[in-house]
Design a protein around this ligand. Structure first.
Ligand code: ACO
Length: 322
């Protein structure tokens, strides 16, 4: 049996930090409201001209270094993002060239906040099928580019950042199971209304904005994640008691707490970065994973459950031994 083993992780955040107090100065909100409703205290915001590809390249270089793998050894790059630098070439191709990995397959996956876990699931299939031996998986986003800073419903929620992992084909576990799902029936609850065919107009940011019905998304997210974690455990043939860490998508601390409760896990077993990073969409899970590894929390041999829920709706999970 071939497994995908996680060799190394890396991440990158823009230097600029915007605290809740900074936001209070130009949006009708308060530090207290943001902390109580979401758990967010600050977010990193990309500088003028700083792109998803820039953050991805940095995160990838750090992951390759941690893994002891040269870019030229890669035979696949999968990048989860909903904020590509340009529409095409894909950000994966832009990053591939900057890393010096030209020639290997490279493509983007757009599954909004589930983008990284989707990319990980796809990479795992390439490895299990024998197609790929060494794979770079990236989740990266500059979602603040879509924010209307005057709309408090969304302005306080998002941040920018990237995370990456290097996977290798191995006879030892490895990723035990991945689950990927989508339901396109709820588009209007969470979306960006502008694309090449519709929506561009003479408006702030050309009409590009995040539209979200927060309360509805919250409800669907909690319910969906409950069944997702059950499905993932069953697919891996495991009990919740065998999990060492939950590494969830970092959108809202209350959603994270609900999932931990469902799994009977204490919050000491949950990696939380939403306070420092806010919701970095596809960047959030690999950023949290890299933080968990580099801080020494997650150790070799431990079982990790990764999960995410986002626009689409999409939802996805991976259960793996680090
Ligand atoms: N500051 C102060 N007040 C605010 C703010 C703000 N930033 N935003 C909204 N409010 C007000 C509202 O106007 C409302 O006022 P009212 O009661 O007078 O009408 C009140 O606060 C409550 O608003 P709700 O939207 O009901 O607040 P809720 O507790 O649901 O929290 C939140 C909102 C944080 C958005 C929450 O619903 C949430 O986290 N939803 C899920 C988000 C998510 O997971 N998204 C998925 C990933 S994103 C992606 O895929 C790109």
């Amino acid at each position: 049996q071939i497994y995908s083993r996680l060799l190394g992780t890396g991440s990158a955040l823009p230097e600029r930090v915007l605290t809740n107090a900074d936001l209070e100065k130009f949006v009708d909100t308060s530090d207290e409201w943001i902390r109580e409703r979401t758990g967010i205290r600050q977010r990193h915001v990309a500088a003028e001209g700083e792109t998803t590809g820039d953050l991805s390249t940095l995160a990838a270089q750090r992951a390759l270094e941690a893994a002891g793998v040269k870019a030229s050894e890669l035979d696949l790059i999968v990048l989860g993002t909903t904020t590509p630098d340009i529409i095409f070439p894909s950000t994966a191709c832009l990053v591939q060239h900057r890393l010096g990995a030209n020639g290997c397959a490279a493509f983007d996956v757009n599954a909004a906040c589930s983008g990284f876990v989707y990319a990980l699931g796809i990479a795992d299939k390439f490895i299990r099928s024998g197609h790929s031996k060494k794979v770079l998986v990236i989740g990266a986003e500059t979602l603040t580019r879509m924010i209307n800073w005057e709309e408090r419903e969304t302005a306080v929620l998002f941040g920018d950042g990237a995370g990456a992992v290097v996977l290798e084909a191995s006879s030892e576990p490895g990723i035990y199971a991945t689950c990927l799902h989508a339901d396109g029936g709820h588009k209007e609850l969470l979306y960006n209304p502008v694309g090449v065919s519709v929506g561009f107009k003479d408006a702030p940011n050309h009409g590009v904005v995040i539209r979200m019905s927060g309360r509805e998304v919250f409800k669907v997210a909690v319910k969906t994640l409950d069944s997702l974690v059950e499905e993932t455990l069953a697919a891996a043939g495991m009990e919740a008691s065998q999990l060492d860490w939950l590494i969830p998508h970092q959108a809202n601390l209350r959603i994270i707490e609900a999932t931990a409760k469902r799994l009977n896990m204490s919050m000491d077993q949950v990696i939380v970065t939403v306070d420092k990073h806010a919701n970095t969409s596809a960047g959030s899970v690999p950023l949290a994973l890299d933080y968990a590894v580099r801080s020494g929390k997650v150790k070799r041999g431990q079982n990790l459950l990764l999960e995410a829920f986002g626009g689409g709706f999409t939802w996805a999970s991976a259960l793996l031994r680090y």
